[in-house]
Design a protein around this ligand. Structure first.
Ligand code: ATP
Ligand code: MG
Length: 424
């Protein structure tokens, strides 16, 4: 036998026994986003590498070591499988002038690619649902994003397992000032920093504070705080955002260490986290990125958005038993005898035209084995045709669940007999 070729490590198939659960989540999410006036946008999966380097930032984990970058062998261009959606979305917005004299509420979903060590809740191809509100200064729209995600958790039954952390990153000028103070402080403790910390001291000192190394916690705790460097406008944005969250009854925890892994954020940042998924506890993260569109060569415009990890949401939904059972057909069409297959095809179409879900048995098999399959399918009703039914233009309608009698009816009475059993 030929050698089997396997999927790439960290890139998963979603098999039919699970895919209906994804469809349930996708359906819930689509309805939810429509309720808030967000419109779908679909971007390519591959982009010019420079897009991500310029927007996400050179000294971030993603650009430093997680991107799938390759050379287009036809023309030598450097291309990258998208590691996230915001950069692509804003590239599309800029390219098509979608913010000309207007605002946009947009969302997208699809696979993202990051070369990380695969583990539960962390994969190399994973899926995000991204939401972007463009052209709004906030903080009302920042609060809207939080309120709507809280609503989604309610709809999914996840609200008890998720908590909200928020922070502000100020303006880029305030961050630059804080950065200087932070570098000076970290230089004093240079010997105590781990390898990542030493490497990032000058390139991305804020990320040093995000370290999970226990021996560095005290240093991180006592570092100069960005909040002390905020000017009047940034402070007000944060105050107003928090006041709105309080007014609409959203509980949050302020986490001054929350910096997010991408460079483009400013002002509001937030994460929805759970303690139920081990180290991969961040289910949804987002924030404001007012400078990004201009960085991509467009007229400046304020922007705020979020992304949630679909696999992590699915793990949580599965763990808590919040997913629906696999959908079953209404009718299983059993047929045996020469010419009954063709008769069954027309009967099945008539039932489907009336809105029923029908699986027709295909291929030669005994009645016994067909009824086994009919049972296993979860169908409520079997429609059965053999030589007699074909000859007489009749069908047998048989209940597969609950009680009720099997009946033989004219073909024209089939739908009424089937619906009578289904609605019982
Ligand atoms: P983490 O700190 O867990 O690495 P991140 O800050 O890199 O997350 P973001 O770039 O903010 O993640 O992406 C938004 C969301 O996408 C995350 O909160 C998470 O739910 C999901 N996500 C990110 N990376 C992965 C991955 N490799 N596999 C599965 N989901 C992921
Ligand atoms: Mg990451």
């Amino acid at each position: 036998m030929a050698e089997k070729i396997q999927a790439i490590r960290g890139m998963n198939d979603i098999l039919p026994d699970e895919s209906h659960q994804w469809e349930f989540l996708e359906h819930t999410v689509r309805t939810w986003l429509a309720d808030y006036g967000y419109r779908n946008i679909r971007m390519p999966i591959v982009e010019d590498t420079r897009l991500f380097v310029r927007s996400i930032g050179e000294a971030t984990d993603i650009v430093e070591k997680e991107m799938y970058t390759f050379t287009d062998s036809l023309n030598g261009d450097s291309l990258t499988l998208r590691p996230e959606g915001t950069a692509s979305c804003l590239r599309a917005v800029a390219e098509h002038n979608l913010l000309y004299n207007t605002t946009q509420r947009l969302w997208y979903t699809g696979p993202m690619f990051r070369h990380e060590r695969p583990q539960k809740g962390r994969y190399r191809q994973f899926h995000q649902i991204g939401v972007e509100a463009l052209g709004f200064n906030g903080p009302d729209v920042d609060a809207e994003l939080i309120l709507m995600t809280a609503d989604l958790w309610q709809r999914l039954g996840l609200a008890p397992y998720l908590s909200l952390q928020i922070n502000t990153l100020g303006s880029s000028a305030e961050r630059a000032e804080h950065r200087q103070a932070l570098i000076a402080y970290l230089e004093q403790h240079k010997d105590a920093l781990d390898e990542d910390g030493q490497r990032r001291l000058y390139t991305n000192p804020l990320r040093v504070l995000d370290s999970k190394t226990p021996s560095m916690q005290a240093i991180c705790d006592n570092a100069p705080r960005l909040i002390d460097f905020l000017g009047e406008a940034s402070r007000r944005h944060y105050d107003d955002w928090r006041a709105m969250l309080q007014a609409v009854g959203i509980a949050y925890v302020e986490n001054p260490r929350l910096v997010r892994g991408l460079d483009y954020y400013n002002l509001s940042v937030f994460e929805w986290v759970t303690t139920e998924l081990g180290a991969q506890g961040t289910v949804c993260g987002g924030g404001r990125y007012d400078g990004l569109i201009e960085q991509l060569g467009s007229k400046p415009a304020p922007a705020v958005g979020l992304a949630m990890g679909v696999e992590r949401l699915m793990l949580l939904l599965q763990d808590k038993g919040l997913l629906p059972a696999a959908p079953a057909p209404d009718v299983y069409l059993v047929n045996q005898g020469a010419g009954t297959g063709c008769y069954a095809l027309t009967l099945a179409q008539a039932l489907r035209a009336a809105g029923l879900k029908v699986i027709q048995h295909c291929g030669e098999a005994s009645f016994k084995s067909q009824f086994k399959k009919a049972d296993a399918s979860g169908a409520r009703v079997a429609v059965v045709v053999g030589d007699n039914e074909l000859a007489n233009g009749q069908v047998v309608v048989k209940p597969l669940r609950g009680d009720g009698e099997q009946v033989v009816v004219e073909r024209t009475a089939m739908l009424a007999a089937v619906t009578a059993l289904i609605n019982r």
